[in-house]
Design a protein around this ligand. Structure first.
Ligand SMILES: [Ca+2]
Ligand SMILES: [Ca+2]
Length: 472
């Protein structure tokens, strides 16, 4: 997924230097009229102003930009306002402020740059509705957009992508029925929503107001849950900072966080499950619940909690020093069925909580596949696997399955001519099968055939490329 970001941005921005330029309000009175008159790869250049419009991109590939394109002044993103306010415009159409609704199998690409997009009111996607489009927003502010699903944006269908680059998502966006204040991706689980260098700081409109990030990819973003709930599910975050402040709450599930820190301030809390966090988890709030998660703190602190109630269960906490876990007081701390590694077992815990339960804490190497490459799955001999620990449960987020090179078809420990012969006999002479098909599928084509024999011969005798890697 990491490779997707530059590719999508490249596609979206590739038309920056071609086509005609139409100005608003110079050439056209409204932005929509300019879009209507534009051809693919044209630019619609919009002067500062407050535009009460809802835009439909009409299946065209366009750049729609404020004057930020001319002088780089980021004030244009605040002074060029695209406003879908139903009190002004009525609610006769779909209500999304920007509707990127494609209908061809080859989706068009559009970039919207340097606007404030506000007051959308829709069933799906108050600010943005994106279907069969490669839509990018750069240097935009999204606020006060409301929808039944996807207050900020609704991304529909595979074959669509939505990239937010250097955008600010601020207070007032909300979803009414199903609470998707952000984005819901439906139809498949492809992660096609990418946020890069964004600041998400929803503030409370009503108590326990929620923001959902589903199937999303975030890079270098700051997420600040101030008096609100953030749900992050099935997502990947790189270089992000996530915090809960002042009665805020974080609920993080089934997600991968690389080089990202989580912090809960006083009066807030977090629930983290089935997630991998390469970074620090710190909390001074009300509660911290973690289960089946992996934390690699990398520095001298894996996890700090002075939350009033901290329960860490079935987790791997890896650090490079002592203490691995600190706890303030007067608190309750439960660390149950956890593997804590990288610190002195005699000094892993700092603090004297009033209630302490440390059942089945052990200090073995969790046997990560390759932490240097951020691969926190474990080897099949790991003590974190249910068959290897006293709790009989999977500890950590990811389970086992390390990459190993294919090619040792006969299981001898090395790759040589014997493997070629074994493979030929298996394929052509009903010889015994290899231990797994992956081992023999040395070109990772998905099946085992003569191509694998040729590949293996070239590797052994002709400096050909090495066998591919498989998880096993
Ligand atoms: Ca062999
Ligand atoms: Ca093959």
């Amino acid at each position: 997924m990491k490779n997707l970001i530059p590719i999508i941005l490249l596609i979206i921005s590739s038309h920056l230097c071609s086509g005609a330029v139409m100005t608003v309000p110079g050439d056209s009175e409204t932005i929509q009229a300019a879009i209507k008159g534009a051809s693919n790869w044209d630019t619609v250049l919009v002067a500062d102003g407050h535009y009460f419009e809802r835009l439909s991109l009409l299946n065209k590939s366009l750049l729609i930009t404020s004057e930020i394109m001319l002088d780089g002044d980021t004030m244009h993103m605040h002074n060029t306002i695209l406003d879908g306010d139903p009190a002004v415009l009525g609610s006769v159409d779909t209500g999304s402020v920007v509707r990127a609704d494609g209908y061809l199998p080859d989706p068009p690409s559009a970039l919207i740059r340097g606007f404030t997009i506000q007051n959308g009111f829709s069933e799906k996607g108050g600010g943005i509705y994106c279907r069969l489009y490669n839509l990018g927003l750069r240097q935009c502010v999204l606020r006060d957009n409301v929808a039944t699903k996807g207050g900020v944006a609704y991304l529909f269908h595979s074959g669509s992508s939505l990239v937010l680059d250097s955008c600010t998502i601020e207070g007032g966006n909300q979803s009414i029925a199903s609470h998707f204040s952000w984005v819901k991706t439906i139809m498949d689980s492809t992660k096609v929503c990418v946020l890069k260098n964004c600041v998400i700081s929803e503030t409370q409109i009503r108590p326990r107001y929620s923001t959902y990030l589903l199937d999303s990819e975030l890079d270098a973003c700051t997420l600040s849950a101030y008096q609100s709930n953030y749900f992050i599910t099935n997502s990947e975050l790189d270089n992000c900072y996530i915090e809960a402040i002042d009665d805020g709450a974080l609920i993080i599930e089934n997600s991968l966080l690389f080089s990202s820190d989580i912090h809960c301030d006083a009066f807030s809390g977090a629930e983290i499950s089935h997630s991998m966090i390469e970074g620090q988890v710190t909390s001074s709030g009300y509660w911290l619940d973690m289960d089946n998660s992996t934390v690699n703190g990398s520095v001298d602190l894996g996890l700090h909690s002075s939350a009033h109630h901290t329960v860490i269960q079935n987790c791997i906490i890896a650090t490079d020093g002592n203490p691995a876990v600190t706890c303030g007081s007067p608190d309750s701390l439960s660390v149950i069925c956890c593997d804590i590694s990288g610190c002195d077992p005699a000094a892993w815990l700092h603090g004297s909580p009033v209630q302490l339960d440390t059942s089945n804490v052990f200090f073995f190497d969790p046997q990560f596949c390759d932490p240097n490459l951020s691969d926190y799955m474990v080897y099949n001999t790991s003590p974190c696997l249910p068959q290897h620990n006293n709790c009989g449960v999977l500890i950590g987020a990811l389970g086992y399955g390390c990459y190993s090179p294919n090619g040792d078809v006969n299981g001898s420990g090395d790759i040589d001519l014997d493997d070629v012969i074994y493979l030929i006999q298996y394929i052509f002479a009903d010889g015994p099968p290899p231990e797994s098909i992956d081992i023999a599928d040395v070109d990772c084509s998905g099946n085992v055939d003569i191509d694998d024999v040729v590949y293996l011969i070239q590797y052994i005798f002709a400096n050909g490329p090495p066998p591919c890697l498989s998880r096993g």
